[in-house]
Design a protein around this ligand. Structure first.
Ligand SMILES: [Zn+2]
Length: 245
């Protein structure tokens, strides 16, 4: 079985992250007539080093990335981050926001873990999501408790607590927790997008799940949404069919 087939048992629409970027750039060129150098890119991904190690090289052809994300890809840079990056865009171009929680899948199909470089055993991925899930299962999360010292982690804990029954009763709790995380990020990105001005032609929004493999597997991605806003009309156009064509 190929690594992609292993990943697709959990995420049937996943592609390798190399293929994802190639396809994304094709769709943008065909539909919007824009080159990578006209795209200002922000990502909202977990700050885990594995996401830097497995960052698809071709994504570096875009301008950026500006990092909006903290633990597990939640856009902790907030309104200030969104506005700052949006004002760096070429005027004839587009702002591209890619956001995704991440999750590990090992060669043998174990979800929520990966084998990292130079280590003899697997470790959690996303570590923050697994940590918050552990606290949820032990009933250790207190409603409303967000501390200064661990602000990002506590925010994730509160997100999980709101969906406690759904996560606890799931067949794979880490899979479900990652879905919950995606929905929370998606909702927050929508709020941030509405509060931002864009001195350009288009805003492109891509949400998905970023999947890390073991050190020699590379990374994968499944898109959950891919659409753009034409800023001259404020119309939203869905590009998912183009992407999966
Ligand atoms: Zn993480």
């Amino acid at each position: 079985m190929t690594h992609l087939e292993t990943v697709r048992k959990w995420y049937p629409k996943a592609k390798t992250s190399i293929e994802v970027v190639d396809k994304f750039l094709d769709v943008i060129e065909n539909r919007l007539g824009l080159k990578p150098s006209q795209l200002m890119h922000a990502d909202s991904l977990c700050c885990d080093d594995v996401n830097t190690i497995q960052y698809p090289p071709r994504a570096m052809e875009l301008l950026g990335p500006f990092h909006l994300g903290g633990l597990n890809g939640y856009p902790f840079a907030g309104v200030t981050g969104m506005n700052a990056f949006a004002h760096h865009v070429p005027e004839d171009g587009a702002v591209v926001v890619f956001y995704a929680p991440h999750i590990g899948i090992t060669k043998d199909g174990t979800i929520g873990e990966i084998h990292r470089m130079g280590q003899s055993s697997n470790s959690s991925c996303c570590g923050a999501a697994k940590g918050a899930l552990g606290k949820l299962l032990n009933n250790e999360i207190k409603e409303g408790e967000i501390t200064d010292l661990d602000y990002q982690m506590n925010t994730i804990e509160q997100i999980f607590l709101k969906q406690a029954d759904r996560i606890k009763s799931a067949e794979s709790q880490i899979f479900e927790a990652t879905e919950v995380m995606y929905e929370a990020i998606n909702e927050r990105i929508e709020k941030l997008v509405a509060k931002t001005n864009y001195p350009c032609k288009y805003v492109v929004l891509i949400g998905g799940i970023y999947i890390n493999g073991d050190r020699d597997m590379g990374s994968f991605c499944e898109y959950k949404r891919f659409d753009y806003i034409d800023l001259s009309t404020n119309k939203r156009i869905n590009l998912m069919e183009d992407f999966y064509a």
